[in-house]
Each structure stands twice: as C-alpha cells, then as structure tokens.
Design a protein around this ligand. Structure first.
Ligand code: ZN
Length: 145
C-alpha cells in the first residue's frame, strides 16, 4: 500500500491513536513534486475517527488529486519559525531519547529573532534560507516524521 503518512499530531502516545484518542488524523503525500497535507477532518468537513476509515478517505483524496478532480490547496511552504515548531514538537535527541530542552529552545528563539536584511530570520521561508543549520533541521524532521 502507498504510504500516506497518516498520523496524529496530538500529545497522546502513539499506541492510543487507534484506541481511545479521538484527535484528528493528518495525512501527507507527494504528487508531482507537490506536497499535500492537512487534517482529514478539514477536507471531509466531518470528524473521521477510525484509522481504517481515515485511510479510506485519504485514498479518495489522493485519487481525486491524481485525477485532477479535486484541487486541494497544497500546504504553504513553511517559514523557518514553523519548521522550528515542528522540530521542537517531534524531535527526540538520539542521545537521551527525549525532546530538546529549554536551552536549545532558547538558542533557537534567539536565532529566530535575529534580523537578516531587516527581517527576523524566523519569517523567512525555510526553502529560501541557505543556512546549513536550517538544512540539517529539515533533514532531521524528515527522518523524525
Ligand atoms: Zn490524541
């Protein structure tokens, strides 16, 4: 089966996703170089509870995108700041197996407020920033997802 990256973004342990946690399912897939992602509920305009039902709906969404019947707004490209939010939300240190601490967070926030050509770094699109730090962040997030 195709990998739709169906997951949740709530704080519940993953094992509860199919057992009792009623938070939204989120999908992500690529089509023609474009990334599509959203909450299944947003697209369906109703709450989709079960994983197999969510997967069925995502397959329908994907089929619609593929056939050009249904144009979903592709996800806006993330800013550096948004990338950081995902990073701090998802990333676990390989050393400790735990999320990053307040020191990393502090350093990141300082970096986000640093002005580059008159704009805070955090406001730039991640794709527009050539910094190695941001690149490595993107790669880490990609493997964490
Ligand atoms: Zn949950």
């Amino acid at each position: 089966m195709r990998d739709f990256g169906l997951n949740k973004r709530c704080g519940c342990p993953r094992r509860l996703w199919t057992k009792g946690c009623s938070h939204n399912w989120h999908y992500a897939f690529m089509w023609k170089g474009q990334r599509y992602r959203d909450a299944v509920d947003n697209v369906m305009s109703r709450h989709v509870e079960g994983k197999s039902e969510a997967l069925r709906e995502v397959e329908r969404i994907f089929a619609a995108v593929r056939e050009g019947r249904f144009v979903i707004k592709p996800a806006d490209p993330p800013t550096v700041r948004q990338l950081g939010e995902v990073y701090f939300d998802k990333y676990l240190s390989p050393k400790t197996g735990r999320p990053l601490g307040p020191n990393e967070r502090y350093r990141w926030n300082v970096m986000m407020h640093t002005r580059v050509d008159g704009r805070p770094l955090g406001d730039y699109l991640a794709s527009a920033v050539k910094s190695t730090a941001v690149r490595s962040l993107q790669q880490r997030i990609a493997v964490t997802h």
